[in-house]
Design a protein around this ligand. Structure first.
Ligand SMILES: *Cc1c(COP(=O)(O)O)cnc(C)c1O
Length: 397
């Protein structure tokens, strides 16, 4: 028998979400999340994955995972602090630190729980966190979990950041103050203004935390946004994910040895949730090796995204102000945006609409994620379909 209260709650909530058009149905893909995906037995050009470098189904990563499955089994068997730390977890952390140019690194099971664990390990109710208004949900939840006082500053508005920094500092109420930001903002593809953030951090003695989920493997020859700005010595937490450009799953913080030592005894997902599987760890190590050996994948990513941007622009689309491969096509109206995405799908392009409340009202867009694995022919075909749908819906002439 199920709870009557729960039944009532769920029925009300689900109908309300459906009425408001906020209920999302999930379509499973069959096969890898590559440049072409299959949904419902239809092949579609995929412009929606975070598989920037095409590593998610790379033969060498698959082989590394298979070998680790044979050598270590499919599961780690325990949390890291009991006996779930295998030598490949340590190897992954050492390789990550080297890749990011820091003394040490700690690996979590996902980027989301890395933010939950790392922020709340260091910040508490006697502290303050200054957080960009467009920061990722996992940052917001990690900040809430810490119980620190949260000051949201307007997106990339450095005057506003300085205002809250001054206010928090001069109040004398907080032991520690942290500034936290995405390195790359995923809805527009713009970068945080890290040089300015570091300047303000130095002036007000702020702890600096950069979530570089969309920057690692993309910016700074792969090492990320912090490297792009040349500020590796000035940022305390370089957080990242192993699930986007790295192609697998997991999250990490790279930083000074004493920070990582501390997180390894305090971050709760590290202490109380089973470690990354051996196959995942081995595949991540292989990804880092490939990225360190050659910049080919990174250059291919930037070439393909420059190509897609140029062609969409030429076709008359407004592609916003992205500084990264993320390529939004701005539509505006929410309903029109959703229709646009649906029509693209019918014509053979899988590209998701992003609307309020994920982005401000009236700024609906289709977000395109070109990858190193796309061919020029696939991108040409996608732009052709975009042009057809754009004319049909009056988005372009
Ligand atoms: C995707 C993302 C995360 C979460 O990473 P996962 O490894 O998918 O859990 C965290 N922060 C940002 C900015 C992200 O884009």
């Amino acid at each position: 028998m199920s709870s009557h209260t729960l039944e009532k709650f769920l029925n009300e909530q689900l109908s309300e979400l459906k009425e408001k058009g906020l209920y999302n149905t999930i379509e499973p893909i069959t096969g890898p999340n590559g440049p072409i995906i299959t949904i419902d037995q239809r092949s579609l050009i995929n412009l929606s994955s975070n598989n920037y470098l095409g590593l998610a189904d790379h033969p060498q990563l698959i082989e590394a995972a298979n070998q680790a499955n044979k050598d270590y089994g499919v599961g780690a068997g325990a949390v890291r602090t009991i006996n779930g730390t295998m030598d490949i977890h340590i190897e992954l952390e050492e390789k990550l630190a080297k890749f990011k140019g820091t003394e040490a690194a700690i690996v979590f099971q996902s980027g989301f729980n890395c933010n939950m664990g790392a922020i709340s390990a260091v910040m508490d109710r006697n502290d303050a966190i200054l957080s960009d208004a467009l920061n990722h949900a996992s940052i917001i939840d990690g900040c809430r979990l810490s119980r620190a006082k949260i000051f949201a500053y307007n997106h990339n508005d450095m005057e506003d950041l300085e205002r809250v920094a001054k206010e928090a500092k001069e109040s004398g109420l907080y032991n520690k103050i942290m500034v936290i930001t995405d390195g790359v903002f995923s809805m527009d593809g713009d970068l945080c203004l890290l040089d300015k953030i570091v300047e303000i951090a130095e002036k007000y003695d702020l702890i600096t935390y950069v979530d570089d989920a969309h920057g690692s493997g993309v910016m700074g020859n792969g090492a990320g946004t912090v490297k792009h700005f040349g500020l590796q010595d000035k940022v305390d937490f370089q957080m990242g994910t192993l699930s986007k450009a790295i192609g697998v799953v997991g999250g990490y913080v790279a930083g000074k040895k004493n920070l990582i030592d501390y997180l390894k005894v305090k971050a709760r997902p590290f202490l109380f949730s089973t470690s990354l599987t051996p196959g995942n760890a081995a595949a991540c190590i292989k990804a880092l090796e490939l990225m360190s050996e050659s910049e080919d994948l990174m250059s291919a990513l930037w070439d393909k995204s420059a190509y897609l941007k140029e062609k969409l622009s030429e076709a008359g689309f407004d592609i916003g102000h992205s500084e990264t491969p993320i390529t939004p096509v701005m539509i505006g109206d929410e309903n029109l945006t959703q229709t646009f995405s649906k029509r693209l799908n019918e014509e053979g392009v899988y590209a998701k609409s992003i609307v309020f409340p994920t982005v401000p009202l009236g700024t609906g867009r289709i977000r395109n994620m070109p990858t190193a694995a796309h061919t020029i022919e696939q991108l040409d075909q996608a732009v052709e379909i975009y042009t057809k749908v754009g004319r049909e819906l009056g988005v372009i002439q």
